[in-house]
Write a protein that binds this ligand. Structure first.
Ligand code: PAF
Length: 289
């Protein structure tokens, strides 16, 4: 299958219109590149659910804070295209330049979702979600996908984008795909490549911590958030490298903190942890019995 690589947004839109003209649906997998098995799993899902698959590759400057890893973020476009070509499921790669996505230079038009970004990554990365929603809104406008696929490792991002999409009347269905993990449980992330061997070994505690919260909520009837956070932190106690950014439990609907869980409630247990310049996140979503 041929894989078209498009960098111009007008050409991208024209490509999509041609697909619609032939009666095809379009599945979009938005990425920042440095593709790993987690991204390829999203592409697999997109190929199952849509006739044509577009993968966007764009390291979006507006979602990085001033002291974050924008410059260092891995840019591996040739390898990414190679990996997609080998997988054989994507039909087009949209790889615009910064100028193409932000044609007037300093950006003045933002899409912002209120409240859902107040806690977790929204609190520790001010402005991050505003950058994500703005760039994804632009990708939706350019590509006009029928469905769009996101990894649930970034659960807060997914909930915010779903809300944005409904409230902006984008005609796209958002689909969240469970986190893909290494054999020992570490969530796949483009930032795992920053870890040294000792950090990599310790990082597995993050997945243990969020699974422990799920286990306590779903199988042991724990409803006190304070106890759950204590248990999550206990799983992280063995890590001697790096620092906790946050360990939190929020209501899975409005992403606001809560003290006691009630039956039927959906709950997001989330962690961000900094190992040197690698800031890793993980989470579990539970339903209170
Ligand atoms: O999850 C990501 O890789 C990015 O936040 C996204 C959705 C591609 C927007 O830049």
């Amino acid at each position: 299958m041929s894989l078209e690589v498009i960098s111009n947004s007008k050409e991208m839109t024209a490509w999509s219109i041609r697909q619609f003209g032939s009666g095809h649906s379009i599945g979009l997998v938005p990425t920042m590149g440095a593709l790993h098995r987690g991204h390829l799993r999203l592409v697999d899902e997109a190929a199952l659910g849509s006739d044509k698959v577009v993968v966007s590759i764009f390291v979006n400057p507006t979602q990085f804070g001033p002291n974050e890893d924008l410059e260092a973020y891995p840019r591996t476009l040739n390898e990414d295209i190679q990996a997609l070509a080998e997988q054989g499921k994507a039909h087009a790669v949209f790889a615009p330049s910064v100028r193409e996505m932000y044609p007037l230079g300093v950006n003045k038009t933002w899409v912002f979702v209120d409240q859902l970004g107040d806690y977790l990554c929204g609190a520790s990365r001010p402005g991050h979600f505003r950058g994500v929603t703005t760039v994804v809104a632009r990708l939706f406008a350019i590509i006009q996908p029928t469905k769009s696929y996101f990894g649930l490792k970034d659960a807060q991002q997914f909930f915010i984008l779903r809300r944005m999409s409904i409230e902006m009347s984008f005609q796209v269905e958002l689909i969240g795909i469970p986190t893909v993990r290494e054999v020992d449980g570490l969530a796949l992330s483009s930032r795992n490549r920053y870890l040294n061997a000792a950090e990599r070994e310790q990082a597995v505690a993050l997945s243990r911590s969020v699974s422990e919260a799920k286990n306590l909520i779903e199988h042991h009837g724990e409803t006190k958030v304070e106890k759950l956070i204590e248990a999550m932190k206990a799983e992280l106690a063995g890590i001697t490298l790096g620092v906790i950014d946050y360990v939190e439990i929020v209501d899975g609907e409005n992403l606001q903190p809560c003290k006691v869980l009630t039956p039927g409630m959906s709950v997001l247990a989330a962690i961000a942890y900094k190992f040197g310049k690698a800031r890793l996140i993980d989470n579990s979503i539970s339903l209170v019995p």
